[in-house]
Write a new protein. Structure first.
Length: 229
C-alpha cells in the first residue's frame, strides 16, 4: 500500500509541474518580432512624411550633371536625413525620323530638377543649411517660388508629373500642327499637297485636306507619309 501511495504522490507532483509550465506564457521569436517597427525605420518614415517636392532651375542641357552634383553635396555635407530624392523628370516619346519611329527619352521640363526634401522647419522657417546645400550647387540658378521663398509643388501637380514619368505607353512626338501645309510622300496620294485639318497621335495619323478633282477631299495618312512644305 505504501508503494502505491508513493506512486500516486509522484504522479500528482508531475501533474502540478506540467500545469505550472503550461500556465507560463511561451516566448517565441515570432511574438518578439511583432510590434512597432525599429526606431530607425519609424524615424525615416516620419521625416519622409514631412518632405515636399520643390523645383530648382538649372542650365538647360545640364540637368543630369547638376542632379549628380546635388546628390554629391547632399552626401558630403550630411543632409541626407532631409534631402531624399533628386530627379530629372523624363518620359519616353516616339519621334519620326527618316521614315521610322524611334523611341527617344525626353526631358519633361528642360532646365528644371525636382527635389523631395524637408526645406521648412516645424516653425515654418526655411532650413538654411539645406537651402544653402542645394542653392549653391554648381549649375543651380535658383528655386522656383514666390519672391525669394521656394514654393513646394501641390499634390495634384506631383501626381500629374509622376503619371507622365511612369506612363507605360510612350507619347508620340509630332512636329505637325493643324493648319500646316504638307506634302504626302507615299501611298495613293503621293505628291499631293494639302493642309492638316486634324491630328490623331494615338493612331499615328493625320487628316489632310487635299485638292482632288478640284474639290477639297479629307484623307487620313500616316505621319510617316508626311513632310512639311
Amino acid at each position: 500500500m505504501s508503494e502505491e501511495r508513493e506512486e500516486r504522490e509522484v504522479q500528482d507532483t508531475a501533474a502540478e509541474e506540467s500545469v505550472e509550465v503550461s500556465d507560463t506564457p511561451e516566448v517565441t521569436e515570432a511574438s518578439s518580432a511583432e510590434g512597432e517597427p525599429t526606431p530607425e525605420v519609424s524615424e525615416e518614415e516620419e521625416r519622409r512624411s514631412r518632405a515636399k517636392w520643390y523645383v530648382v532651375h538649372c542650365y538647360s542641357g545640364m540637368e543630369t550633371k547638376v542632379k549628380r552634383n546635388i546628390e554629391a553635396r547632399v552626401e558630403s555635407m550630411g543632409v541626407g536625413d532631409r534631402v531624399f530624392d533628386v530627379i530629372v523628370p523624363m518620359e519616353e516619346t516616339i519621334e519620326l525620323r527618316d521614315g521610322q519611329r524611334r523611341r527617344v527619352p525626353r526631358r519633361v521640363f528642360p532646365g528644371y530638377i525636382m527635389i523631395h526634401m524637408i526645406l521648412e522647419k516645424e516653425d515654418g522657417s526655411i532650413d538654411e543649411e539645406v537651402w544653402h546645400v542645394v542653392r549653391h550647387t554648381p549649375g543651380v540658378t535658383g528655386f522656383v517660388g514666390i519672391g525669394n521663398r521656394p514654393t513646394p509643388l501641390s499634390e495634384e501637380e506631383v501626381e500629374a508629373i509622376m503619371r507622365r514619368i511612369e506612363a507605360e505607353e510612350p507619347q508620340l512626338q509630332v512636329d505637325f500642327r493643324v493648319g500646316d501645309r504638307v506634302r504626302i510622300t507615299s501611298g495613293p496620294f503621293a505628291d499631293f499637297t494639302g493642309t492638316v485639318v486634324d491630328l490623331f497621335p494615338d493612331k499615328g495619323k493625320a487628316r489632310v485636306a487635299v485638292s482632288f478633282f478640284n474639290r477639297e477631299t479629307p484623307v487620313e495618312v500616316d505621319f510617316l507619309q508626311l513632310e512639311k512644305v
